[in-house]
Design a binder for this molecule. Structure first.
Ligand code: ATP
Length: 366
């Protein structure tokens, strides 16, 4: 009988708490393996600050080839105070996102029963939305430059790229997510169209036009400052939020903190392109899955990091690989763990147990 082909996963545990939380994620994936249609095969890549400090290598060509040929990437965090800011972000995270055209960044903001929110009088039924962040344009493309660096006349320009194609495809995806959720059928676009009239004027026009194809979905466009206030004041008004790259980056840290803290927040960087439209020769990979937090050097190596965000990123990866039974088993196990009330300190997003013990608790429900 022919051997069942495995899902090939490139693993970048990375720096700081990255390896600690990825270890727990892999433990959970291993525990759930009996529910998989196809086994998982992991290739561990030594990408991150430690190697950069030794060799000045970020992501080698060979590693990029491995990633391109994988079914998905599972990443902990990269970054270290000893590495100048921007190097690993640009040459690892942004490189993978841009070169593979992972133009969709999904960031659920869901307050699980038993998790702590700093918002008074808000509960799980109030905080249940998803942010669909554009992931391939905006100021993150690195276009621009510095003139007369280091002088009093220094000029720094960083271009904000917004293309009609880029805006249309993320809006279309967000409307589809909204229909599929069958929740409030409500989409909120976040922009700053009152000031960035050219760039976000394009978003507004595209949103109105796209919305006509989705008559069942209520649409609302709001400015980013108002959205930041409403994430705190009335999070229950959100169902699907769609926004550009930089606003999505910032707002989802706020979204994380109202829904249990950075230790619970996972994200998927994906695309839904047909194979002939994938940008890289031989590209199979359409997804990178990671917790939204960084390497958290302040707590690294102390068994203090919450692994649930990394475990939920693994769950999103399984959904992406159409392993829905295993993904839903992880989701249920995480919900039971959080609802059990034993892993958090009282009224706090901080763990009351170690990273290992939190991972073990999730496994115990699988
Ligand atoms: P980056 O710039 O890559 O986002 P950072 O160090 O500025 O990295 P994070 O690593 O995201 O920011 O974390 C900010 C703080 O939140 C950390 O210093 C840490 O105290 C806390 N934190 C982040 N992730 C976790 C986690 N999984 N468990 C517990 N605390 C966390």
């Amino acid at each position: 009988m022919a051997k069942i082909q495995a899902h090939r996963i490139s693993v970048i545990a990375g720096d700081g708490i990255g390896p600690e939380v990825i270890r727990e994620g892999l433990k959970v994936l291993n525990k759930v393996s009996k529910k998989l249609k196809r086994p998982l095969e992991f290739e561990h890549l030594e990408v991150g600050a430690a190697r950069w400090l030794r060799t000045k290598e970020t992501l080698t060509e060979k590693e990029m080839e491995t990633i391109i040929a994988s079914d998905a990437v599972y990443l902990g965090a990269v970054g270290d105070p000893k590495v100048p800011p921007g190097i690993l972000e640009r040459d690892v995270l942004l490189k993978i996102r841009f070169e593979l055209d992972l133009y969709i960044n999904l960031r659920p903001c869901v307050l699980l029963e038993g998790a702590f929110t700093p918002l008074k009088n808000k509960g799980s039924s109030d905080i249940n939305f998803i942010v669909v962040r554009e992931n391939s344009e905006s100021v993150y493309t690195g276009l621009g430059g510095v003139f007369k660096r280091g002088t009093p006349d220094e000029v720094a320009i960083q271009e904000d790229i917004n293309t009609r194609k880029g805006v249309d495809r993320i809006l279309d995806y967000a409307f589809e997510v909204c229909e599929a959720r069958k929740n409030k059928n409500q989409i909120t676009m976040v922009d700053k169209a009152n000031v960035l009239t050219h760039a976000h004027g394009l978003w507004r026009r595209a949103f109105e036009e796209m919305g006509k194809s989705y008559p069942r979905i209520k649409r609302n466009a709001t400015y980013v400052d108002a959205a930041a206030m409403d994430f705190v004041r009335r999070p229950e008004m959100f169902d699907v939020v769609v926004t550009n790259n930089i606003f999505g980056d910032i707002l989802t840290d706020l979204g994380a903190i109202i829904s249990g803290g950075l230790g619970l927040a996972a994200s998927a960087n994906i695309n839904d392109l047909p194979s002939p439209d994938l940008p890289k020769k031989g590209q199979v990979c359409r997804g990178l899955f990671e917790p939204i937090h960084g390497s958290a050097p302040d707590i690294a190596g102390r068994n203090l990091a919450n692994p649930i965000a990394a475990i939920m990123a693994a769950k999103m990866m399984l959904d992406h690989l159409s392993e829905t039974e295993a993904a839903s088993a992880i989701d249920k196990a995480v919900r039971k763990t959080v609802a059990g009330g034993k892993i958090f300190k009282k009224d706090s997003p901080d763990l009351a147990v170690s990273t290992h013990e939190a991972g073990d608790q999730v496994c115990s429900y699988l």
